[in-house]
Design a protein around this ligand. Sequence first.
Ligand SMILES: [Zn+2]
Length: 60
Amino acid sequence: MAVPKKKTTRSKKGHRRSHHHAKTMAFHKCSNCGELTMPHRVCPSCGYYNKKQVVDKAEI
Ligand SMILES: [Zn+2]
């Protein structure tokens, strides 16, 4: 079995894990209702995409 030659120090571990944080989510405002939505997706509150109604919310 392969065994590490040296103990990994707290400092080394910390430096390696400095990239493990979660990224902030990307948001954009809906052109119709102004709600914060994820980009390139239909607005979940009004059903608009690219200033056009693509999903009829009244049907659901
Ligand atoms: Zn909307």
